[in-house]
Design a protein around this ligand. Sequence first.
Ligand code: SF4
Length: 108
Amino acid sequence: MTVEPLGVDGPLPRTARCSEWDFATRGDPWFPDQPTAPLAYATAREECLACPVRAQCLAMVLDVETATWIGHGMVAGLTPAERAELVLQRRPRRFFDWGKRTLAPADQ
Ligand code: SF4
């Protein structure tokens, strides 16, 4: 099975470690069956940390997850929870303005 890695302007280069992984025989360590198990992501993290396109991959996934607030699986060497912490730092701080009944920037 061949998986095209995601990318902002199309698939990342074929040198991505996950594009070379043999999912048919080795399973999918990026999306483990039991993601909360200890070391569930260990293999995927090891692959990602050695991936030559990790920087682009991380930039892409943080852009997507900042916009969607949805994250699954190991991406760019980070679990969904680890990426959520980075996404929180990138998102503008807002509060719900009950008078205007809308979200407003926290610095107003
Ligand atoms: S960093 Fe990980 S998820 Fe991203 S392209 Fe490389 S192997 Fe795939």
